[in-house]
Design a protein around this ligand. Sequence first.
Ligand code: XMP
Length: 528
Amino acid sequence: MNTQAVPDPQDHDRLLIIDFGSQVTQLIARRLRELHVYCEIHPYQSVTDAFLAEFAPKAVIFSGGPDSVTRAGSPRPPASVYTLGVPILGICYGQQVMMQDLGGKVEAGEHATAEFGRAYVTPAGTATEFLAGWFTAGGREQVWMSHGDHVSEIAPGFDVLGTSPGAPFAITADLDRRFYAVQFHPEVHHTPNGRALYENFVKLAGFTGDWTMKAYREEAIRAIRDQVGDAKVICGLSGGVDSSVAAVLIHEAIGDQLTCVFVDHGLLRQDEAEQVVTMFRDTYNIPLIHAEESDRFLGELDGVSDPETKRKIIGRLFIDVFQHYADQIEGAAFLAQGTLYPDVIESVSFSGGPSVTIKSHHNVGGLPEKMGLKLVEPLRELFKDEVRALGRELGLPDSFIGRHPFPGPGLAIRCPGEITREKLAILRRADAVFIDQIRKHGLYDEIWQAFVAILPVRTVGVMGDGRTYDFACALRAVTSVDGMTADYYPFTHDFLGETATRIINEVKGINRVTYDITSKPPGTIEWE
Ligand code: XMP
């Protein structure tokens, strides 16, 4: 019996990514998944000879990393990786590791040879399968470099396939052993044609692209049945895409052995509670408890203005409330969660997770142990875009799947300062107008997340012949790939003007509208 309700990856050709701590290792996995290749990221410390033998990868990628191979004790893969007989691709630090391990030389970074940012690689040596479709426009290709150290001598058996002004060994390969090594990062957006290199690499490693959502759905359903047997499962439904897809998938697997608990903390957007309840109860016929607990949450938040305190109160209450309702479901042995692969990677990552807590994220961590429940996490191998694809495969409407993410603490973190029912009501109306504007202008799908924050300031205005003294609000709309970094959305002035006019005319209590043009970093997406 599986310990987790996830399909057995042994059924697929597998690629192993050895993580040396790069900030962008996850993007390598994303690029590969887009090519329908099953891959897993493992921190270098856990990749031992025994692990390699058991994992039996069809190919291996070494990620980048912040260390210097010239430092004694710097991260390495086990030597046996080079005798597996499978293709290996080394990226940045991964290139340097490969070169040094196999007899080349790496020199520590000096200002003159360090390279950060955009660079152009031109071909050298003979064309190979690995570079098919790579040097497109004008025989040179834009890449993203980010390295202090550099390879000064390539290992025996390697040839140079591409060079850049700062990296004479930008692309190198030992074609006999199928070892490839690049100094730049093909996984990032700033290497626009990077996908071609991954595509060529997996092709020459013999991957067939067998990782499809249809197959995943069937396997996941089998795995859930296998894990759960005839026990009962409870699922905390937030109305977000992840928990919703998990719930529909689990319901398909085990029917009414699943009960969902939807905690309404009074911090939801306009009409949100009704929409969730209607969809799950009426459309999917999933047993659902609607826990209307806004008095309790808003009561405990009364007078609280510190952001972290707010988050902690909400997190604690959520667990209490959830537990209270879950206790009423007799025989519940499992708790379902919409945990995604990025959360899994973060918790086992190279550095042991983020080194600083920027914000305490609200989740139901701690619940399973407290309640003696085992976890069912059928999405723990998927990235967000794959969860959306699975949702579509399960027949969830596009309008639902494409919804912007909404944080667990809800409107509490869009209401800096003290939270009052009055402010929440104003915020809900303003937010609804903003989203309506975005939809009407056909911009919703271009934007990662858009919302209004109500500011803890009143400002003076004039409407008609009278003076007003009402709240100011900030519009926030960002583009992002994964929520880790973000840029503000470049609305036209006409759009912003029209939206401000609508909000002030339609929402009593707001007399000033601003647009937040902070990127992340240095800002965060939410205001608290
Ligand atoms: P920040 O504000 O940290 O947000 O830039 C990044 C993304 O995470 C969402 N977010 C949360 N999601 N619980 C969640 O489920 C939380 O406590 C939480 N805080 C922020 C935020 O909406 C954005 O998509």
